[in-house]
Write a protein that binds this ligand. Sequence first.
Ligand code: FAD
Length: 813
Amino acid sequence: MTGLPTQSRAVIIGGGIVGCSTAYHLAGLGWEVVLLERHKLTSGSTFHAAGLVGQLRSSANITQLLGESVKLYGRLEAETGLATGWKQNGGLRLACNAERWTEVKRQATTARSFGLEMHLLSPIEAQKLWPLMQVEDVVGAAFLPTDGQASPSDITQSLAKGARMRGAKIFEDVEVTGIETKAGRVAAVHVADQRITCEVVIVCAGQWTRDICATIGVNVPLVSVEHQYMITEAIHGVTPDLPTLRDPDRLTYYKEEVGGLVMGGYEPNPIPWALDGPPKNFNFSLLNSNWDHFTPIMELAIGRVPALETAGVKTLLNGPESFTPDGNFILGEAPELTGLFVGAGFNAFGIAAGGGAGKVLAEWVAGGAAPYDLWPVDIRRFGRNAGDVGWVRARTLEAYARHYSMAWPSEEFDSARPLRRSALYDRLRAAGACFGEKMGFERPNWFAAQGETPRDVYTYNRPNWFAAVAREHRAVREAVGVFDQSSFAKFFCTGRDAEAALSWICANNVARPPGTLVYTQMLNERGGIEGDLTVARLAEQKYYIITGTGFATHDADWISRNIPAGMDARLEDVTSAYAVLSLMGPRSREVLQSLTRDDVSNAGFPFGQVRTLHVAGAPVLALRITYVGELGWELHVPTEFAATVYDALMAAGAAYGIANCGYRAIETLRLEKGYRAWGADIGPDHTPLEAGLGWAVKLRTNKPFLGRAALEAVRGAPPAKFLCAFTVDDPAVILLGRETIHRNGERAGWLSSGGFGHTIGLPIGYGYVRHAGGVDEAYLRGADYTLEIATERVPARLHLAPLYDAGMKRVKA
Ligand SMILES: Cc1cc2nc3c(=O)[nH]c(=O)nc-3n(C[C@H](O)[C@H](O)[C@H](O)COP(=O)(O)OP(=O)(O)OC[C@H]3O[C@@H](n4cnc5c(N)ncnc54)[C@H](O)[C@@H]3O)c2cc1C
């Protein structure tokens, strides 16, 4: 093929908006970039997108990423001279019932937390912005002035031109037929009878990404789903400055196009496409219009915009697009293969996300790490369950159908369950468990008592499980509770250099004698928290590592990648080998002692120790540690012994008031105790010093560890943000996370997590108080605080110590 180079530092596969944006940004970072498109630029999903660009998401960083798109689209035309069709005409969102209005008000507060402008409007005010709609059923609306719309093909061509101007080489009609790997990393791409050697391959091939990556053993859990929108002839009253409109209670969205309307919707019964993978020649192609499927959406839309009833219809466009099991896109370096990056699965918001996603993906490639915490879209958020396309499709269709449904607090998916069941599943079910799911694992969230139904009833008010969680919480504080935490991700790290490797990877001191355990973070080069682990030393050359269920892939990847070259240390996932029964509460010792001849007294088995015990005849790895703030043990039980140990604990515990407890009780207990949750309170953007975890970092030693230099550089100076606890005096207030923190009336941050403490009887939130000039204790204490919740401010108290300590009923500020 003429002009194709034989080598390039980076090769991008796919010339849709995401590939072109990545090329634009990566070339801008000085990289040598070749982009290969099988057909013509935009000919995949991009050419048929509707072009709405919204920004608000439930994560601050993903909202920031979408904001990067808006910034880029605002300047691109001037930079490249190619029109983009970008119009910043704002976005409207309607609420048609009380619960939706609460959701919208909470979103408005979230937007403010993240620094995004969002105004609440009355139905009449909304109608003034969008005169064609009837608003009889509208309770209120929100308006985001910086949202907009773009022409997807134009913006992509403009990005491609900008990429070329920055030195990228873009080739059309060139299909990548294979990716060559060598020694666990990418080596080249194959194109007809040529190969291009490269350091990095970035697969931005839309719906084809899963199949391309499967050929090299990389899992990208996305599937194709049909998505339709209608384009009308010009309608009187539709003006070019009309904001985009989302009407979630009627499942529909709108934008202006050439004097007419584009109207699309999310059907509750989506239709999957290309069950065996999308055909290769599906370029500039569409599916047949499916009016039967679209009619319910059309009827809902006519109720909002009566003019649609008589408007001429140019077309009903049916285009397939890639969707994912959690409705978020997929970015990052594949854990299976070094040098293989993915940017795909854009869930019908690839135009909105393309600009920002290409930017962060390019920075990820060039910098070797995500530029900021991108966990909600990180490819490593998936686990073994997502390897099966049947599971992926079932869950994805549910996520699609829920696109416009209420995003309830604590909501669980229903589809493709149960998949992974612990050895205790049937027993816990019989005991009244209401299960949630993570990584395909069924996990008890709470237990219904006699006469209660173990089913979540979602609401923005107090949920139906509130009393059950309170019961479990009390049992753990006052007697003893047992939690099935078998879904914990667990690894052995073994080898001659296991101690040296983990000492480098972990911020705390893991070079302790066998029989001890330590709570530690893993830090990135910026000093940010990449993982939050328990590391137990079982033998000189053997460690047992425990981390959260959802972090199995991420943490294994992080540890494996950071074992220094040449060291003899291996990581093995043993999650399925051990069930975990956490026995927690002041009476836990009595229960455990009654089932073992081993000494579990404080002297015989102190805090921070790990021992093999025989419990009810079973060999149990017992870890004296707690995440709930009480005396207790995590009992790691070889799976086939789990039922025996559980039955024995329940029988022996009856005399001590033992209770089955679930994950929602863990959450309320840990909030009171001030334990941080990774992915919420702590993550790659926060250092242990900012998170109040400096005590768990071996800075006082002279031992080197990953992230040490970054912490040393800032040590001693007040950090720019600090994680604090807040309580609200009114117990009826519902804190969920993302509420805005105001310090002396000024926005100072937002809650990273929120809930209720059943011992202290108050709502609890955690959040970083931010101040560029530095945050120290005097700064934190010498101020008044309010929390903005669903746009209303309530007074709050700040706390710098745990709200609860075993033995104390309530700790005051
Ligand atoms: C009906 C509909 C409406 C939408 N409306 C909106 C909207 O309003 N707002 C919004 O933000 N998003 C919207 N979207 C979503 C948006 O279109 C997509 O998210 C976005 O276009 C995805 O871009 P991409 O670059 O990831 O994929 P694509 O555009 O599909 O690009 C992938 C490219 O990879 C190429 N390729 C595949 N295999 C190979 C190979 N082996 N070698 C070389 N090249 C290869 C393909 O030819 C293709 O051009 C909509 C989607 C649909 C279907």
